[in-house]
Write a protein that binds this ligand. Structure first.
Ligand SMILES: [Zn+2]
Length: 407
């Protein structure tokens, strides 16, 4: 079999397209496969009507899968037709989508490799294409995916969360579908206006009415945006965010206390954690004495830690009444500690009681947002710091949008 026929078969080139020549350049490590259109007529890309060929465009190259590790290109002067209705237009080529410099098979390979390696720079090196070219493949894949995405299924639960980038100087707001664990969309900024645009651009009026609850931090702009455009949705404050506030409060107490504590006191504290994990009623005499000693030295960190640990139990509440009862008790006990960082958080929680109680009804969290954080960090790290928001958006939707990406 001659090389022309071989490539004709490998590339699946069929009449009226024909492989007219194969050139090998060992110097450039390239194979050029010349393809020509051999008929006098072709279909109009707009209306499909058979039209006569008007002229040919300048020669172009499309990168295809390598042949024996040689970069392989299809080279062709694409004909233009003259349609009486649509004018002079280039015809479609069977090996590539319009506006792409790669064949469909090459793009599929690039998408597969990106999904496996996750690292754009690495995939660019393996495929011997530039970072910008990789980025354009991703951008087209995301555009395809978004145009195919069917949001006609009800979206019951959404998450809305902020992420920082550019070393914490800029913020994005990310909207997630909690049931399907996918990113629906994102926007620059974390203001009420950004959240409103994001929700309205992503979900139509019917879908917005179908949303049962929105999971979020206690961030006022997001609360206001939700109340304004998702009128029938409950607000649920995300448990990971709530626990983070408490963790930070415990840490503030510990740091303050470490400055004033003596070596002798540190000895008493050592290994006391277990005491606080147990119910008071179940303490042994020895543990009771130990607790007495700790209380005597007024260990604030232990008190703060206990407040935080107790709050974990809240998420096991079985009913709204249980939850309300637990919350009231917890608030009371937490306030009794008199610890400033703890009381600040308790007051913040009190202001958001309904969003905390709503957890028991819907049992949703922004855990997908937590998984996303590490991927976003990786994206930002590998992609020259993502100076431009659009590149970040493309990468997040590519990896986390659950989109149908292939050409
Ligand atoms: Zn036409």
């Amino acid at each position: 079999m001659k090389s022309k026929e071989l490539y004709q078969q490998i590339l699946g080139i069929e009449y009226p397209w024909e492989v007219t020549g194969v050139e090998l350049s060992l110097e450039d490590e390239e194979v050029l496969v010349r393809v020509e259109y051999v008929s006098n007529t072709a279909k109009c890309p707009e209306c499909g009507r058979e039209c006569s060929i008007y002229d040919h465009r300048r020669e172009r190259r499309w990168r295809h899968l390598d042949t024996c590790q040689l970069k392989t290109f299809i080279v062709c002067s694409v004909p233009r037709i003259n349609c009486t209705k649509h004018g002079v237009l280039s015809i479609e080529v069977p090996w590539s989508e319009s506006h792409s410099r790669f064949t469909v098979l090459f793009e599929r390979l690039a998408i597969d490799m990106l999904l496996i390696f996750k690292k754009q720079k690495r995939v660019g090196e393996l495929l011997r294409i530039s970072f910008d070219q990789i980025h354009r493949i991703m951008k087209r894949a995301v555009e395809r995916g978004l145009s195919r995405r069917d949001l006609s299924d009800d979206i019951r639960y959404i998450g809305i969360d902020e992420k920082s980038y550019r070393c914490g100087h800029s913020y994005i707001t990310v909207l997630t579908d909690i049931d399907k664990k996918r990113v629906l969309g994102l926007i620059e900024g974390r203001q009420k206006s950004s959240a409103l645009s994001l929700i309205r651009d992503t979900l139509d009026a019917r879908q917005r009415e179908g949303v049962k609850a929105v999971c979020m931090d206690m961030w006022r702009p997001y609360i206001n945006a939700t109340r304004e455009c998702l009128k029938s949705a409950d607000i649920v404050h995300d448990r990971f965010h709530l626990m983070k506030y408490l963790n930070n409060a415990v840490d503030s107490v510990r740091r303050e206390e470490m400055r004033v504590i003596s070596i002798k006191e540190r000895k008493i504290l050592k290994g006391s954690r277990y005491i606080f994990l147990k119910n008071k009623e179940k303490w042994t005499d020895k543990q009771r004495t130990r607790f007495q000693q700790i209380r005597d030295i007024n260990l604030k960190t232990s008190q703060a830690w206990l407040v935080k640990e107790n709050f974990r139990e809240y998420f096991n509440s079985q009913s709204i009444n249980d939850a309300k009862f637990f919350f009231t008790e917890w608030v009371h006990n937490a306030k009794e500690t008199g610890l400033r960082p703890i009381i600040e958080i308790v007051n913040l929680f009190i202001k958001h009681t309904s969003g905390i109680i709503n957890y028991v009804i819907h049992k949703i969290t922004n855990s997908i947002s937590e998984i996303m954080n590490s991927i976003i960090q990786e994206i930002i790290f590998t992609a020259r710091g993502f100076k431009r928001y659009e590149s970040l958006k493309t990468a997040i939707l590519f990896f986390l949008g659950g989109l149908s990406l292939y050409p």
